[in-house]
Write a protein that binds this ligand. Structure first.
Ligand code: CP
Ligand code: NVA
Length: 318
């Protein structure tokens, strides 16, 4: 292994709640390590003797399985629990849970409804806390999506990502990732479903240094114009089920990703979706199963990225 990287050493012990807390250089270093571990994890066990507790307040397929597999491949051990299997579900406080878990484990990975619950957990647990999705952000998804784009296009700077649909948690983390890493991002969404103004302002500020262009538009065709990537996500995120009818009315049919939208994009434009997809709502089968779709590479890269992330937060340079 190469000599110790000061960037990686500085990341050791940090929480990973939002990409806002990390510089472009740090995000690049995590991706680099992910690539190294993708090739070398069989001979490196940076999580040997380490335990990662995972807490899920919402369902998960990719995040849960990829984290469990990553920890196991790196030599560590996981304990995975639903929120309601824990005393949290019966009203034990987050502070008391944090004080307990830090005595057993080396890291907590949590998927929650309220982002503020993660912040409270992180404040009171003296071990790294990783956001496995909250109402506000999905940083592991967005950073692994950047890894997917790096692998596909060779470099990130100057690419254009068109987000079509809800200005949700995944959109927020992509805005932060793109603006820091120099990827242009155009968000096309209906009125009332824009990304949070606070996140947008942070992204616009970051874009000043990276040179990325960040814009919010109404027309999917405008966002897709000359795009390298068309990205969408469900119109009804977990926790928003009661708004289903109102949301489908606002998004359909205009914001559904169909082959027609790709006519506005570059010829080699790819289709991305964090999954799970609601086929026939935000995307049609022809697109998600078509030749431009890289959604399975995306899903696979969750595992690669999270190996790098866990290794650096728990061990620094492996
Ligand atoms: N993309 C993603 O986080 O998927 P899961 O909800 O299956 O974990
Ligand atoms: N926006 C979606 C992402 C799922 C991975 C949700 O929060 O349900």
């Amino acid at each position: 292994m190469a000599s110790a990287s000061p960037t990686l050493e500085k990341l050791k012990g940090r929480d990973f709640l939002t990409l806002q807390d990390f510089s472009a250089e740090e995000l690049e270093a995590i991706m680099e390590l992910a690539l190294r571990l993708e090739a070398e994890w069989r001979s490196l066990k940076p999580l040997q003797g380490k335990t990662v507790v995972m807490i899920f307040q919402k369902p998960s397929t990719r995040t849960r399985v990829s984290f469990e597999v990553a920890v196991n491949q790196l030599g560590g051990w996981t304990v995975t629990l639903g929120w309601n299997e824990m005393q949290l579900g019966r009203g034990e406080t987050i502070v008391d849970t944090a004080r307990t878990l830090e005595r057993y484990a080396d890291c907590v990975v949590a998927r929650v409804f309220r982002h503020s619950d993660l912040e409270e957990l992180a404040e009171h647990a003296g071990i790294p806390v990783v956001n496995a999705l909250s109402d506000l952000y999905h940083p592991c998804q967005a950073l692994s999506d950047m890894l997917t784009l790096r692998k596909r296009f060779g470099s990130l700077k100057g690419l254009k990502l068109a987000w079509v649909g809800d200005g949700n948690n995944v959109c927020h983390s992509l805005l932060l990732a793109c603006s820091k890493l120099g990827v242009n991002m155009a968000v096309a969404c209906p009125e009332g479903f824009e990304p949070s103004e606070k996140v947008l302002q942070v992204a616009l500020k970051e874009a000043e240094s990276s040179g990325a262009k960040i814009e919010i538009v109404r027309e999917p065709e405008e966002a897709a114009s000359q795009a390298d990537v068309i990205y969408t996500d469900v119109f009804v995120s977990m926790g928003f089920e009661e708004e289903r009818e109102r949301r489908l009315k606002a998004f359909l049919p205009k914001y559904q990703v169909t082959p027609k939208l790709f006519q506005h994009a570059k010829p080699n434009c790819v289709f991305m979706h964090c999954l799970p997809a609601h086929r026939g709502e935000e995307v049609v089968d022809e697109v998600i199963d078509g030749p431009q779709s890289i959604v399975w590479e995306q899903a696979e890269n969750r595992l690669h990225l999270q190996r790098g992330l866990l290794a650096v937060l728990l061990q620094g340079e492996p």
